[in-house]
Every structure is written in structure tokens, then in C-alpha cells.
Design a binder for this molecule. Structure first.
Ligand SMILES: Cc1cc2nc3c(=O)[nH]c(=O)nc-3n(C[C@H](O)[C@H](O)[C@H](O)COP(=O)(O)OP(=O)(O)OC[C@H]3O[C@@H](n4cnc5c(N)ncnc54)[C@H](O)[C@@H]3O)c2cc1C
Length: 272
């Protein structure tokens, strides 16, 4: 039993959010573990406006209260995202856990976030004041902190509709299933007219936020596959120097070795 509100509409939810000190939640799979008896909660998990998957010309819009199980059953959700969320928790967690909750948790271990970072996804944030769309990378400030106003809700995740056909995803946990990530890695690769146009690599669970280094990716942009192969040793060396990883249950040294192995394996998958 939690104290709080169950609004009947998004408008009502936003009014409560604007006027009261409430903590929004959807699946509750993160939040209820840390439930505070003194806090007031706002349940947004059944609001139809947040439970849709839609498309427009440029983006697939995944509502913040869409569960992982629902996304896995939807043919519009890209295979890369499905690869990541299919490995979240167990079926019961995937049935309740939502995309908005995974982002809202502000954890670098959240498994959908490296995919969103590598895919250049955006977030639509809403409040009574209006809405704003932000890049997923700029949303995070550090461990457990993000750019969400006290009156705002995450409304949806915007995933680009194109450019996600060539991808690589791997999650390394303490077990092959039911494991929180020790390292997660998502990569998106694209070419046009024999030239590399995208080589995004995002590392999850290894630092306070998901890491992506656009300046290092630039070493491959505009090159042919043959040129990228020549560049590969320098590219991997640059990541070796740049990746400053936190100690966790496993050592920083182990994490870096695994990150570099995953990066190299992804390049191999893309023919480099
Ligand atoms: C046993 C277990 C295993 C797990 N395994 C994994 C795993 O393998 N990978 C993984 O990534 N996670 C895992 N999790 C964590 C959790 O299930 C996910 O992070 C899930 O996506 C949280 O979604 P939720 O809807 O339950 O979030 P909630 O618990 O409802 O909320 C989480 C946070 O997000 C905020 N929030 C939620 N929705 C919104 C919104 N629309 N706008 C603003 N803020 C919002 C809440 O205030 C809260 O701070 C696991 C959890 C458990 C208990």
C-alpha cells in the first residue's frame, strides 16, 4: 500500500505533479524496492496517453508507460531495442517494468539506455508549462540525477525510424539470465555510398552515466571499410586511453578489457 494519487487522465496527472510534491511511478519495479512511507506517489502506469507506441515520418514513439513485454510484441520496435529489453530481469519484471521507469531511474545500468544513446534517441518531457524534446545523452547529469523538472513527466522515447539496421548488442552480467548488467554495450553502424556515416558505440554500467565518445567515432566517419580497417588499431588504442571506468563488483581493469573486446567484436561484425 502506498500513499498517493491515481489520476484518471494525463491532464490530471500533470496538475497533481505541478501542485504537489509527488514521485511518479509506473511499474514500480525500481521504486517500490526503495519505497518511503513518508512520500506521496503518483501512479501513471495506466494512463492511455503514455501507453502507446506510434510512428511518424522520422521516429518510433514509445510511450513512457509501455512495458518491455508490450514492446517485444510490437513489430515497429527495432530489433536492437528488443535485443536489449528481452534480457531485462525476468518475465515478471518485463511485464511490469516500463521504458519511462528505466530512463527515470537515472542508472547507467538501465539496459534500454545504451541502445537509446547509440541510436541518438530523444525524450519528450511534458508538464503543464508545455513540452520539450531533449537528446537522451544530455538528459543525464550523473549517477541518479537527470534533467527532469519537479513538475515534469517523461512522456515518450523517440527512436529514429531509419539507420538502425546494422547493430550490435551485448550484456555481460554475473549470470546468463536474471542479472543486472556489469557491462552493457550497444553499437549502431551505417554506410552510404561506401562511406561510413555512423559508428556509434555506447557503454552501459561502467561509469556514472552511459558513455559515448563522438570524437573517437569521428575517426571512422567518412572512411571506407578498408580505410577503417587500417585505422582500427589506433581506434581501439584511443578507446583504451579514454575509457576511465568505475570499480564495481568487478574491477575497472576487467570492465575495460571487456569493453574493448565488445568494441572490437562489433567492428568485426560490421566487416571492419
Ligand atoms: C528483480 C529485478 C530485476 C531487474 N533487472 C533489470 C535488468 O536486467 N535491467 C534493467 O535495466 N533493469 C532491471 N531492473 C530495474 C527495473 O525493473 C527497470 O529499471 C524498469 O525499467 C523500471 O521501470 P518501472 O516502470 O518499474 O519504474 P518505476 O519503479 O515505476 O520508476 C523508476 C523511476 O523512474 C521514475 N519514473 C517512472 N516513470 C516515469 C515517468 N514517466 N516520468 C518521470 N519519471 C518516471 C520514478 O519516479 C522512479 O524514480 C530490475 C528490477 C528488479 C526488481
Amino acid at each position: 500500500m502506498v500513499n498517493g494519487y491515481v489520476p484518471a487522465s494525463l491532464q490530471e496527472a500533470l496538475e497533481i505533479r505541478a501542485g504537489q510534491d509527488v514521485i511518479p511511478y509506473a511499474g514500480g519495479t525500481d521504486l517500490m524496492v526503495k519505497r518511503r512511507p513518508d512520500a506521496q506517489y503518483l501512479f501513471i502506469g495506466r494512463l492511455p496517453e503514455l501507453r502507446q507506441i506510434t510512428e511518424d515520418e522520422n521516429y518510433i514513439h514509445i510511450g513512457a508507460a509501455v512495458t518491455f513485454t508490450e514492446a517485444l510484441a510490437d513489430p515497429r520496435v527495432p530489433a536492437l531495442m528488443k535485443a536489449a529489453v528481452s534480457r531485462i530481469g525476468a518475465p515478471a519484471i518485463r511485464n511490469a517494468g516500463t521504458f519511462g521507469g528505466n530512463v527515470g531511474n537515472a542508472s547507467a545500468k538501465a539496459d534500454s539506455v545504451p541502445v537509446e544513446v547509440a541510436a541518438d534517441a530523444k525524450l519528450r518531457l511534458i508538464s503543464l508549462r508545455g513540452e520539450r524534446v531533449v537528446e537522451i545523452e544530455s538528459f543525464y547529469h550523473g549517477h541518479g540525477t537527470h534533467d527532469l523538472g519537479p513538475d515534469e513527466l517523461i512522456a515518450e522515447i523517440l527512436l529514429p525510424r531509419t539507420g538502425l539496421d546494422h547493430w550490435y548488442y551485448e550484456k555481460v552480467g554475473g549470470r546468463s539470465a536474471l542479472a543486472i548488467s556489469r557491462i552493457s554495450f550497444a553499437s549502431v553502424f551505417d554506410m552510404q555510398e561506401d562511406r561510413i556515416t555512423k559508428a556509434a558505440a555506447a557503454f552501459g554500467a561502467v561509469s556514472d552515466t552511459v558513455l559515448r565518445f563522438r570524437d573517437l567515432e569521428a575517426m571512422l566517419i567518412g572512411r571506407s571499410v578498408a580505410e577503417a580497417k587500417d585505422m582500427k588499431p589506433a581506434y581501439l588504442r584511443a578507446y583504451d586511453e579514454r575509457l576511465q571506468l568505475t570499480e564495481g563488483r568487478v574491477s575497472a581493469q576487467y570492465r575495460k578489457r571487456v569493453c574493448l573486446n565488445l568494441l572490437e567484436d562489433s567492428l568485426r561484425t560490421f566487416g571492419i
